[in-house]
Design a protein around this ligand. Structure first.
Ligand code: GTP
Ligand code: MG
Length: 580
């Protein structure tokens, strides 16, 4: 494991190595006392094996820290020719800056985190409402600001422009270069993970975006909280994935100071509605109007109020995120916490999930458009289930996580028991030492031969069970146990999954027999699995082998379209951190 890690580091472009060294030194100098960086989604995560050395924080701890960090942060649209040094000096008159980076999305933006929240107030107090505009403006004051240059002394030559942090995965060409350079298939899976996982900066930007939307919602519901959930926080997020947010109105009541003394009890007068669903629809409708009318940079607001789980969908242009906002969706947040635990327990879990998700995307088994295909969430649960079935198991069942829970972990949501242990240190590490290569091959073999016609997938018990209905694919919802999270999947999509899984198991079997030469330019190992259907001759496809250059072209096109699709709305272009 250690040798592989070193190999990868030496292959990184020089600027990346330099960047991480300088980044660390800047963090040392800038870091305010009392501020803590969470370890999830960070570039600093090890590639495998040594993750035990990283403190494993509880999900709630990470979320609270990130939220507090976001509240001390502002987003600033900057001119391209901004002088970074002068910019930071100008801002630091409001207080010390803990961290900053630049990125591009419809122009240059800076994320600036102050050490104290007061500095944000001070900056806002010193900020002007726009004047001399031809179009009238709605005077909504937020933490999304606009920097103007007053005179040319602030300008700098083009070659000295602030360098920006990338918010997108590498190009397909770059990815295939990286995969081809890898030493073995395990190294390839870890390389893919490293290339696609959310960066520290991207995680900050996600929490900041939630915090900015929370400010808007708080105009109606003071004390509300907007939490990110789904792949932004569950350790399985890919650069370019959507930003799922949940408006938590239960937090409002927690601020109340109850004075129980005396003969009286005071309550707020409130409107009543016929059902929770109607309340949710009304709240989302009004917040949708607010975001649409007053939210700077929020465009394309759609109210999808008749869905099973009503939501608002919009683009936050400045961050480049496609956002889905739901209300009181606390079970989904709990699912994210459960996946966070599974993703943090063993370094092989995330590597395997990322590869399976990229494989599914490359073969159009998943899509950014809703339909009859498998979702990333379902694929993740399938990988978890598979890892529970290994001998010895790599992941514990949900029931065993429940048995480790104490009174404080107890959690009942909408009548569903969502209790499981939240302290990662209470979970015994697995004794299983299987390689990623073996696990990937066995994953494809396992699901290529799974009795989907009669069995369901159940991570609560970690065993196959009889299907309660005739859905082609039945994956039990871990908390709302009478629901199937893959109810939408059609028989033909499932069959496509099975065929491709069998093909892929066969390809990996062949890889075992023919090790690639180091000078080989031909895709091998994981890269071969990401080739489009028909590009590789397999027993099932029985298709004529295409010449390699045609295969590679097809492959590049396929991955390119998947990258573009999955990153809809994200427009970062330049790719180096400004922390250097
Ligand atoms: P991406 O494809 O990277 O966005 O993965 P994701 O995990 O964020 O999936 P998605 O955005 O579709 O959904 C966000 C979260 O909602 C998931 O992580 C789950 O917690 C939850 N979720 C999604 N689909 C279902 C479902 O069918 N049933 C239930 N109970 N929860 C779901
Ligand atoms: Mg999502």
């Amino acid at each position: 494991m250690a040798a592989r890690g070193v190999g990868l580091l030496t292959r990184l472009p020089l600027h990346s190595q330099r960047r991480s060294r300088v980044q660390r030194s800047i963090s040392r100098h800038l870091c305010c006392p009392g501020t803590v960086a969470a370890n999830v989604g960070s570039e600093e995560q090890p590639l495998g094996g040594s993750e035990d050395k990283i403190p494993k924080k509880r999900f709630s701890e990470v979320q609270e820290e990130r939220r507090e960090q976001a509240q001390r942060t502002v987003l600033i649209r900057c001119p391209n020719n901004v002088n970074e040094k002068k910019f930071l000096k100008y801002l630091s008159q409001h207080g010390p800056i803990n961290n900053h980076f630049f990125y591009e999305s419809f122009g240059l933006h800076a994320v600036v985190e102050f050490c104290q929240k007061d500095s944000v107030d001070s900056l806002q107090n010193g900020t002007h409402t726009p004047k001399q505009r031809t179009d009238p403006v709605i005077p909504f004051k937020s933490r999304f600001l606009n920097l103007k240059l007053k005179n040319s002394s602030n300008q700098i030559p083009q070659q000295s422009y602030a360098q920006t942090n990338k918010q997108l995965p590498p190009s397909s060409k770059k990815l295939f270069e990286l995969l081809n350079y890898a030493e073995n298939i395990d190294d390839q899976l870890n390389t893919l993970l490293k290339a696609f996982q959310l960066t520290e900066e991207n995680v900050r930007l996600r929490h900041l975006t939630c915090s900015l939307i929370e400010d808007i919602a708080a105009a109606y519901f003071p004390g509300c909280v907007i939490w990110p959930f789904g792949s932004s926080v569950n350790t399985f997020g890919k650069l370019g994935c959507d930003l799922d947010m949940f408006l938590d109105l239960d937090e409002i009541g927690k601020l109340d100071v109850h004075k129980n003394a005396g003969d009286f009890l005071m309550e707020f007068q409130m409107k009543t509605v016929p059902s929770e669903r109607i309340a949710t629809q009304k709240i989302l409708s009004v917040i949708g109007e607010c975001i649409d009318n007053f939210g700077p940079s929020c465009v394309g607001v759609q109210k999808i109020l008749n869905a099973r789980c009503p939501l608002l969908r919009f683009s936050h242009q400045a961050s480049g995120f496609q956002c889905d906002l739901t209300v009181n969706n606390s079970i989904a947040l709990k699912s994210s916490e459960l996946l966070y635990i599974y993703g943090s327990l063993d370094s092989r879990v995330r590597a395997l999930v990322f590869s399976v998700r990229c494989w599914a995307r490359a073969h159009s088994l998943t899509s950014s458009i809703p339909g009859t295909w498998i979702t990333n969430f379902s694929l993740t649960v399938m990988v978890i289930f598979f890892l529970q079935r290994r001998s010895p198991p790599i992941l514990p069942t949900l029931d065993s996580l429940k048995s480790l829970a104490d009174a404080e972990d107890r959690c009942i949501l909408n009548g569903h028991n969502c209790t499981f242990v939240r302290d990662l240190y209470k979970i015994k590490p697995s004794g299983n030492t299987e390689t990623l290569e073996l696990l990937l091959k066995e994953f494809f073999e396992y699901f290529g031969n799974f009795a989907f016609n009669k069995n369901s997938i159940n991570i609560r018990q970690g065993k196959e069970q009889n299907k309660p209905d005739s859905s082609p694919l039945y994956i039990q919802n871990p908390f709302e146990t009478s629901l199937n999270i893959s109810k939408n999947v059609s028989q033909s999509q499932l069959q496509k999954f099975v065929d491709l899984a069998r093909d892929s198991a066969w390809i990996l079997e062949q890889e075992d027999k023919s090790q690639p030469s180091l000078s080989s330019k031909q895709p091998w190992g994981l890269a071969t699995l990401l080739l489009p259907p028909g590009a590789v001759s397999t027993p099932l496809s029985k298709k004529k082998k295409k010449p390699m250059n045609e295969k590679v072209k097809g492959l590049l096109a396929s991955i390119k379209s998947s990258t573009t699709d999955s990153s809809k709305g994200t427009h970062g272009k330049r790719a180096i951190s400004t922390q250097v």
